[in-house]
Every structure is written in structure tokens, then in C-alpha cells.
Design a protein around this ligand. Structure first.
Ligand SMILES: [Zn+2]
Length: 319
């Protein structure tokens, strides 16, 4: 039920709750769920809250409600859920929806449709949806969800109330971790084990913090290597991994600089944009080369303290 999401997504929760309690329900909502694992479930919880005759938002109080039960069993006539058919949402799916929604609601006041991943509407399907959104009919509510708000057509966005999920640090890292895993060719950490996962996320955080320091404070970073690096990264394997993460991070800064999409650290895009702005393409390529060359020295057991000092000096050198 909706209350399950009160702590996870407080802002979106509040807007959904207020819409019903203050009876200010829009005809179309666009949920920018950002790949959040419970995004679709929260959308459905909102629908239940809109439709539940008891207006209960927590499960304890809504046990004997046939409507909530029908929704749970995918048996509620006035609710239609659309998912992409293959990679696209197709026009036929939209036509079918419009056909069904030309009839009045049977069970209650509203007819609601949910379209998941609305960024995947193909062109003709998007046009059909637009016409539908342009002439909102009394009692019809659209709930659209997307993982990428900016891939949704502006004309669709502008006709919806947009509810954007916020991400906490851990969710952000989960995402980054799984993408990185596809790039780094090592099985040092088994991400199915929670303790390994924690170790790995800490490593990512350490590297990002370290780069931020070098880029913003320059040579001063030498004073804080114990706190920023040596207290956190001790074993050789961790060191190798940290250098890989560093390479990929600079690579993403370079991607941003060259107007290519950020590949891995999508959730750090603000920082990456700043750093891309502060660097030239040449300086970024130079930094990536330095990191890769120094990584080779780890293998020949160079003293850790010296290695990191050398890294900092070389990264800020020549600027
Ligand atoms: Zn109910």
C-alpha cells in the first residue's frame, strides 16, 4: 500500500497522498522512477489509493476491500496496464487502449491506465497517446512511468504532472556497481555476497572522493593521503581495483567532455559535468594514461605511499 513508500520516496508519496486527500487529481501523471526497483509497485499503490473506496493507504485497514483485492489479482476492469511489446510500445497497443477507454467506467468513478517505460513509445504510438492526453476526458487518469525522463517527448511531458523519484546514495551505488561490473574484467568481488558488495561500494566512494580532492584542491591532496586513501585501500587487489575505477571515472569525464553519453557513473553526472568543464580533452587523456601506467607498477610491488604521492603529482603536473 502507498504508506509502504512514505520513507523511501517521501516527496512523491506526499504529492500522491495530497492529490487524493485534497481531491486535486490530475488527469495525467508521469513518474520519473529512474530505474528504481519498486517504481512500478509504487505506481500501482497510487492507483489502489485512488480507487479504494475506503481511501486507506495502509494495508492494515483495508482487508475486506474487494476493489483492492481485484486490483491485486489483475482483475479490475477499469484498470489497464501497458508494458513495452519487445523494445517498443506499439500503436496497436495504444489503439486498443483508446477503444477500451471510450466506454464509461464500470466499477467506480475512474478508469485508469498505466504505461510503463513510456520513453519506449514508438512514433505513431506516441502520437496516439498525445491525442488522448490532449483531450482529457472526465474520469480517465493516465499514470506513465519512465526510467529516463529526458527521452520522453516534450509534448508528452508538458501534459503531465511529473513526479521525480529521488535516489539515496546506496541505490545510486548499486546501479553504478552493476554497470562497472560489466566493464572490469575481474572477479575480485562476488557481488552476490552483501559483505563484498559493501566493500566494493566503499571502494567506489573512496575513489570518487579522492578524484574530487585532486581535481579541486590539487597539490594539497598530498596532505590527506592517509585519510583519503591509505586508511581505506590496503590490499594489492583493492589497489588494482581502485585504479580501474579511477580509469573508468576519468573516462566518463572524457565522454562528457566529448559530448558522448556518460557510460558508468551516470548518477555522478553533476560532478562529472563540473570536472569536464575544468579539464581539456588533452589533460583528460593524459590523466587516463598516467593512471594506467601507474597501475602496471602496482604489479611490481612498488611502495604504496610513494605510488599514491606519485599519482597525485603526475595528475596535477603539467597544468
Ligand atoms: Zn481498498
Amino acid at each position: 500500500m502507498l504508506d509502504d513508500y512514505q520513507e523511501k520516496q517521501p516527496i512523491v508519496y506526499k504529492i500522491m497522498k495530497n492529490a487524493v486527500t485534497k481531491d486535486k487529481i490530475f488527469h495525467a501523471y508521469l513518474l520519473d522512477i529512474k530505474n528504481c526497483s519498486f517504481g512500478n509497485e509504487m505506481a500501482l499503490a497510487f492507483v489502489k489509493y485512488l480507487l479504494c473506496p475506503n481511501k486507506k493507504s495502509n494495508s492494515n485497514n483495508c482487508v475486506e476491500c474487494t476493489r483492492c483485492k481485484k486490483i491485486d489479482d489483475s482483475n479490475y476492469t477499469d484498470l489497464k496496464i501497458i508494458d513495452p511489446d519487445g523494445i517498443w510500445i506499439k500503436k496497436e497497443q495504444m489503439d486498443e487502449l483508446q477503444e477500451e477507454f471510450s466506454k464509461k467506467p464500470i466499477e467506480g468513478k475512474y478508469k485508469i491506465y498505466i504505461i510503463h517505460q513510456v520513453e519506449k513509445l514508438n512514433k505513431s504510438a506516441a502520437n496516439s497517446l498525445l491525442k488522448f492526453l490532449e483531450e482529457p476526458e472526465q474520469g480517465i487518469i493516465a499514470i506513465l512511468t519512465t526510467n529516463n525522463l529526458f527521452q520522453v517527448l516534450e509534448t508528452i511531458r508538458s501534459r503531465c504532472q511529473i513526479l521525480s523519484f529521488t535516489k539515496n546514495k546506496i541505490e545510486t551505488l548499486d546501479n553504478t556497481m552493476s554497470i562497472l561490473q560489466n566493464y572490469i574484467q575481474t572477479n575480485l568481488y562476488d557481488l552476490s555476497k552483501p559483505e563484498e558488495q559493501e566493500k566494493y561500494s566503499k571502494l567506489i566512494l573512496t575513489v570518487i572522493e579522492f578524484i574530487k580532492n585532486i581535481e579541486k584542491k590539487g597539490i594539497e591532496t598530498l596532505l590527506y593521503t592517509t585519510k583519503l586513501w591509505h586508511n581505506k585501500i590496503k590490499e594489492k587487489e583493492e589497489l588494482l581495483y581502485a585504479f580501474d575505477i579511477m580509469t573508468f571515472f576519468y573516462n566518463d569525464i572524457l565522454n562528457q567532455k566529448c559530448n558522448r553519453p556518460i557510460k558508468i557513473f551516470i548518477d555522478e553526472n553533476e560532478l562529472i559535468k563540473q570536472l569536464a568543464h575544468n579539464n581539456t580533452i588533452e589533460s583528460l587523456s593524459r590523466k587516463i594514461t598516467i593512471i594506467m601506467q601507474l597501475k602496471d607498477k602496482i604489479k611490481i610491488n612498488i611502495n604504496n605511499g610513494l605510488l599514491i604521492d606519485k599519482l597525485i603529482l603526475e595528475l596535477i603536473g603539467g597544468e
